[in-house]
Design a protein. Structure first.
Length: 300
């Protein structure tokens, strides 16, 4: 029996190892792994400490010298992200150049300079992101009569956490950083059940109530003062075209001051929900809706 077990394991090992050799998805990792998910998540956690000081770390961190508190963390965050961005570009470059046998898998000076430039641009946007997040907090408090305080929104609302991660990831996405934006938003998706693609364009004072099951596709455009409830899908009409649809607007546009209630599905890149409209729960929409509309589900 022991010999049979040994033979079985040896056979499995041989077959899987053979897959490693033959499958390009695995062979491209021979020189350098993809960016480290744990480091990217740690950077997000550090950024949340900076954006919402005193809520997820030291309670009195900013009472004395707020500049020291921010500065002491910024350099660490910068170093973490810069290295991971360089690795992401190196890995993507490896995928392109592997056939030429001309790449050793390590971030070269060009990738490091590019990562440094992107990291500086990203850090320059942090004050603006901070202002947007404060408006999102206010929108959450104003939009939910069950909220007892803005502090409660920051501490406990999954929607705000998903929005925070999205706003960070979006800055990486628009700078064409590989892998990292998706790692960030999938981390938020796993924690909250809210799936916001980093490519979506979302205006200020955005509020997600309850949140579970919300999907916001890559080419979605959302204006200011928009409110979504749980189970809302802002998606594409069809993805059968696969990679041929990459870069094509596939998801709807939601204009300013729109409320979309639970379970509504809005699909299509040409679909526009006009400003000041209210979309009722469980509706299914594939055509544009004029401004100031009230759309509701009408059961048979």
């Amino acid at each position: 029996m022991e010999q049979e077990t040994k033979n079985t394991i040896e056979n499995v090992v041989r077959q899987i190892a053979d897959h490693y050799v033959k499958e390009p998805l695995f062979s491209t990792k021979a020189g350098k792994n993809m960016p480290e998910r744990k480091v990217i998540i740690d950077a997000l956690k550090e950024l949340r400490l900076v954006m919402f000081p005193g809520y997820f770390g030291e309670q009195d961190a900013t009472r004395g010298l707020p500049q020291f508190f921010v500065g002491s963390r910024m350099l660490s965050i910068y170093n973490m992200l810069s290295e991971q961005i360089a690795c992401a570009f190196a890995y993507r470059q490896e995928e392109i150049e592997l056939e030429k046998n001309s790449f050793d898998g390590m971030p070269d000076e060009r990738n490091r300079r590019r990562a440094e430039c992107i990291c500086r641009e990203f850090f320059e946007q942090l004050p603006a992101i901070h202002r947007l997040l404060l408006k999102d907090v206010q929108a959450g408090y104003d939009g939910d009569p069950a909220a007892k305080s803005k502090e409660e929104i920051i501490f406990s609302y999954p929607g705000l956490f998903a929005i925070f991660v999205y706003r960070i990831a979006h800055e990486m996405y628009i700078r064409e950083v590989p892998f990292i934006p998706r790692i960030m938003t999938e981390y938020a998706h796993a924690k909250t059940g809210i799936d916001i693609n980093s490519g979506a364009v979302i205006g200020e004072s955005f509020f997600i109530d309850h949140g579970t099951g919300i999907v916001i596709g890559e080419t979605t455009v959302i204006g200011d003062n928009v409110k979504l409830y749980q189970g809302v899908t802002l998606g594409g009409l069809s993805t059968r075209g696969g990679q041929k649809l990459s870069g094509v607007k596939r998801h709807p546009t939601i204009e300013d001051n729109v409320t979309i209630y639970a379970g509504a599905t809005i699909l299509g890149g040409e679909t526009v929900i006009g400003r000041n409209s209210v979309i009722g729960g469980n509706t299914f929409i594939t055509e544009s809706v004029p401004e100031n509309s009230r759309i509701s589900f009408q059961p048979n």
